[in-house]
Design a protein around this ligand. Sequence first.
Ligand code: ADP
Length: 505
Amino acid sequence: MTLSHWRRALAWLLAWALVAAVGAGWLAHARLLALEDAFVTDARIVHRLLSQRAVQHDAVMAMLPLLQPPAEGQGSSIAMPLPRLPAAYPQIAQVLRRLPGSAWPADLPAALGSALDAAEARSRHSGHAELAQADLPRGRAWLALAGPADQAADHALLLDLHATIPWDEWPMDAQTSPVRVRLQYQGQAFGVQAGRRLAHGWHYGFHKLLASQSQPFDVVLERDVGWSELPWGPMLAWAAASAAALAALRALLRQRVAARRAEELLRLGQVARLNQLGELAAGMAHELNQPLTALLASTQAAQRLLDEEEPDLDTARHAMGQAVAQARRASAVVGRLRRVVERPDLSGQAQALALPAAVHDALHLLEPELRRRGIAVQVDAPADLPAVRAEPVALQQIIHNLVMNALQAMEQSEAGQRRLRLALVQQGSRVLLSVRDTGPGVAPEARARLFTPFYTTRPGGLGLGLSLSESLAQAMGGELSLAPPAAADGAGAEFHLLLPLAHQP
Ligand code: ADP
């Protein structure tokens, strides 16, 4: 019993764990979705802002050939820097102009010079500015634009990427945001925003090329979400709330089971029967008292008359006639009582029943009682036991009586020694239910009288349980008996209930 108790408690615990986990998982999932949404929105804004800047650089480049060239530069063999562009373009660090036939300044590294030449050649072909050289770790990039006509000047422009980022429109707080932002090009990277890197948790990523032909940089954003960012408060609140709800449900169910059990016990139990029997006995005593008193009076009178010297035979005969009439009245009272008490023939109401289920029901009803007395219950039933033919209520009553007797018999046994074993087994065309306890057993002289009505050894016992059970068993075509004492150990009693199979082989 205690085992099934633990098992049920475990089942409730598992149910709670499942409900709590599903709810908490859903909350966490919703939070992660919201974080990812916010990340993707920020990433799109960053990509748009940086693309706008890149397009601006292209526009500045396209505008450079239109600027009036300074007069002293005409015919110079060396490219010259243009005056600073308006303060609106702090990201443009340097602009060089080269007239046809002139060379790049000597102080430019040779590699940059040839890179500018190559970009210029590509630009002549494509008609727009081209990336000449990128040094992303230092945040610098050179763009080159070939003159629109053969005689027009070529231009080169040095970008300072640090000044390219529009912080005033930035969608995140650059100092505290966990999002990492960088520009990537051919294995180089320019870090825009440091963000935060985590070893464990969830990872979101975004990358998309800048919308500019001259600056083919990849905008990369990454965001790590740690365990600490999950909504622990609501998750724990949900777990607590579901525990409370399940506990309430369990209490409610238990209450209902207890109420149903009490009702059922009252129906089967001693209390109801005791009341009925008490009333019956009182009524019977009342009805019998009068004829028996009259009978006594008549026979005493007859005795007195016959004892006289000259017996008055006529009067004595009359008194005896009265006595016979009273005795008949008493017999009629008893007869009427028997008709009231007589059990109806139950075989007509019998139906196919699973005996293990009936045993389980009876034990379930007595479970609190079994637990209170610390009785270990064992039920042995083969899985393929065929159905029996029985009347459900009568069968319940018999099993209940047998188990109650066993419980009462084990009252004297030591706490650790109280074991109840119910075994089911098919025997030919019948099924045998044996109920065995570890109580004191039945004394040899009591064996013969056990099933007679009103035989009892219990103070307060009625001595009707076994006789009633026996007649119920017989009414269903079955049999109830006390098993012969086991040879090995005399301790305990074993009762056998035999019931016919529902479908005779
Ligand atoms: P009651 O339980 O009211 O005494 P029963 O007809 O059920 O009436 O039982 C009659 C008697 O049979 C009991 O008083 C008891 O002496 C004996 N008896 C019944 N079951 C057992 C048992 N399992 N072990 C020992 N004695 C038993």
